[in-house]
Every structure is written in structure tokens, then in C-alpha cells.
Design a protein around this ligand. Sequence first.
Ligand SMILES: *Cc1c(COP(=O)(O)O)cnc(C)c1O
Length: 497
Amino acid sequence: MAEFFSTRNRGEIVRGSEAIMKGIAGDGGLYVPDCFENIYGKCMKAKSYSNLCSTVLSSFFPEIDISDDVESAYMKFSTNPPLCIIKAGDLHVMELYHGPTCAFKDFALSVLPYLMRKSRELEKDSLRTVILTATSGDTGKAALEAFSDRGTGSRDIQIVVLYPQNGVSDIQKRQMITQEGGNVSVIGINGNFDHAQSAVKEIFSDSGLKDELIQKGIELSSANSINIGRLTPQVAYYFHAYRELLERGDISDGEEVSFCVPSGNFGDILAGYYAKKMGLPVHRLICASNENDVLAEFFKTGTYDRRRELLCTSSPSMDILISSNIERLLYHISESTQTVSGWMEKLEKDGFYSVYGDDSQMNEKIKRELAVFDFGSTDHKTAQDTIRRTFENHGYLMDTHTAVAFSVAEKSALSGVKVVLSTASPFKFASSVCEALGIDTSGAGEFEVLDMLSAETGCEIPEPLRALKDKKIIHELTADRRDIKKAVVALLYGQNK
Ligand SMILES: *Cc1c(COP(=O)(O)O)cnc(C)c1O
């Protein structure tokens, strides 16, 4: 049975349910599983997507039985199975955006409320849980949708989302500020995603505040991919893609496949790494970055360096300099919590660290482990060009994040079958996609832009985005980036009256 411990201390072992409820370990580290089970055979035999996903989840969390819930979670997607694999040129595109909020975050967040509710029962938790989540655009809406008491959520779990006001697309913002539900709050930050995520981490590691909140009957948890419950459901689609390619005859049993993943917080691609550890025949995991290419640089040099300005790009959900889930990878490649703690301290203090040091044996080990990753980055112009070219040549329309990965995969010299993860609907980033296609949207409102994109391409506007037009704006709360903690605490205490 898998147990979990912090990337910064192997001493404290917790069950999966506890790791899910806490979200992040008390020492600031992230929970990692102590072992991986080979589930390749079981996954290839699974009867349905939900069955496959339950197989993955029960391998991580045998004590949590949510197979029926997983089935209901994926019924909210507009396709069955919940993902589609489309061939565009030489690449296979795995579309992960057919969920209720039109981005891949729905895969994990649709399941997370069930995981949390079962974990609360197992942990005999009677406190009110407040989920505090920073978003670069898509996590926020997917979490709001999943936890809202208008949907699968309930009053005993509340959710607070912090989003960068100027770092998300018009549609992303509209999706969040119109969210209904008696247990949801949304705060716009005048800052970027890193500010929001750092504030969340600071709030989590403030033990004085934690005690104070517990006195008031409140405990904090997270729906960001720092929560292990967010990562695990994502492992399933890697297995599913493989099975589907096998069924179509595009690969033979056991043939290794590469996956190219548009990366930000490194959660999606880490799920692919876990799939490999659980027996999936993976050749390479290709980490694709936009202009904020700290991750590509890390894989190239072994040095993680965040000492630069965060740029606002046309793939905003990847605009991140402090990629949380790298910390989990660091543990798996070094297998030393002490080493990871050292690197994280250095990142905090100096803004960078290098995984290669004086210990040549350790250097060799890390190099070997990192060899499964390939990397690349794409700038705005190339991504825009990729959208236009792929639509003209193959009739295939993709969003700006997928374009980053598609272009990196096209440039990659790797041999063998390559699957590109498509993480969002092109309509979520309609203005940028229109610009790429040369459609003039000047003066058009955000919903007119959706219509224009649909008319020009013949692609249908997803229903959840079309429906936004008639929704009222509910959330107008904002906070300065220096006052995030103050704003959150005020909100928590206010709600508690
Ligand atoms: C979140 C997101 C990403 C990045 O995924 P990570 O797990 O943070 O690496 C890429 N594309 C879209 C559309 C996203 O919402």
C-alpha cells in the first residue's frame, strides 16, 4: 500500500487520505508516494475510462473507494470517453478539454471533491475545510465548478480562488467572476501567478495562523497541483492514450511512445512520469515551455534559475517561474529529502540551484534519471504560426498552449510515435487564436470573438463558454499582491461570522 511523505522529510509518513486533506506538508514540502505499482496489465484490460482511472487511484489510495464517483465525474464531459485522440500531420493530439470548463484541469478537479469527501470521512475530520487555490487561469474555474455547492460540492468544503487580474484571458476571467454557489469566493490579484502561489504557500506554512484558524473550526487545503490528489487522476489519460493507439494499430504492444506536454507548474507532465513508473512504455516526456522557459533551461543545464521577469504571453496558463511540481521530480531523481531541502532553501534564498554538485555518483544518478525528459521552448510568433499552418494544412484547430507543445514536438528529432497533449479549447483563448489565423477582431467584444472564430473555422463554440454570456458578474473582490494574506484572512473570518 502506497504511503506518502514530504519531499523535505522522510520521517513523517502519512496515509493518502491525510496527504489529500493537508494538500501540502507542514515543512513546506510536497507529498510523494513511497512506491509505484506496475498497473500496465490492469490498465490495458480496463473496461472503460472511469474503470481505468479507478485502477490508477486505487493503486495510490487503496483505502479510498470512489469508483462510482469517478464514473459520475466523467459523465459531465461532453465526450465519452472524456478525451479524443486526433491525428494532425505526423502527430497524435490528445484533446483533454472536453470537460465542464474546457481545459484539462477538469480531469483531476472533477474527481478531487470526491477524493476529499472520502478522505474527510476516513480522517474523521469535523473541521470546515477551506480550499485555497492560486490559479494561472484554468485551475481556478475547474476548482470552482467542481467544489461549488451548485454542482458536486457541498457546504462543508469552501473554496477561495486567487487569480492574476491581468494574467488571464477574457473568457477565463469571465468564467471565474460569474461562478455561482454559496461556498465559493474569488479574489483578483494585482500581480502574477507566482505572487498568488507564493502567498498561498506562505499562508499554508504560517503555523500561528493555522492554530488560530483551527480555534475557529477552519482547516486549509489546496486544489493546486501541489495536492497529490490533483496529480493522480491525470496518470489515467496517459494509459488511455496508449491503449487507444494500440487498438487503432498505430503502435504495437510494448512499443515506446513519447508525450509532449505544454508545461507550467509541471503537474501534467509529472503525471506522465508517474505513468512511466507504473509500467507505461514511455520513450521520452517532452517538456514544452513558452517564453518563460525556466523548465526547458533546467532540463538543458541542470540549473533552475527564476531570477528573471515573468513575461505575460499568449499561453497564460503556462506563465510561471516557480514550478511547484519540479520539487517532486527532484525527490524521485535524487531519492534524498535532505538534498531536496537544500535545493529548495537555495531557491528561496538565492533564486536558483543546480542539481549537479560535488558528488559524482549523485550526478551520474541524476543524469540517468533526467534522461527520460526531452525539452524545448516556443516563442509567440512560432506558436501563432503553428496554429495557422496546422489549420491550413490539416484542418486542425488548436489553442495557444497546445501550439507551444505541437511546435516543440514538430521540431523534436526523436524517433517513434509522438502524442501532443492538448490542454485547452481554442475558444478559451479565442482572441489569440483569431490573431494567429489573421481574423481581425478589433473592436469586438469577447463573445463576438467566439462567434467570429466559429464562423471562420467551422468549429463549434463549446456550450459552457457560450452559456457564459448570460451569466451575472458576482465576484468583484480584488487585493494588492502585498495584501493577499490580509485579504484571505479577512474573507475567512468574515465568512465565519
Ligand atoms: C495548467 C495548464 C497548463 C500547464 O499545466 P501544468 O500541470 O501546470 O504544467 C498548460 N495548458 C493549460 C491550458 C493549462 O490550463
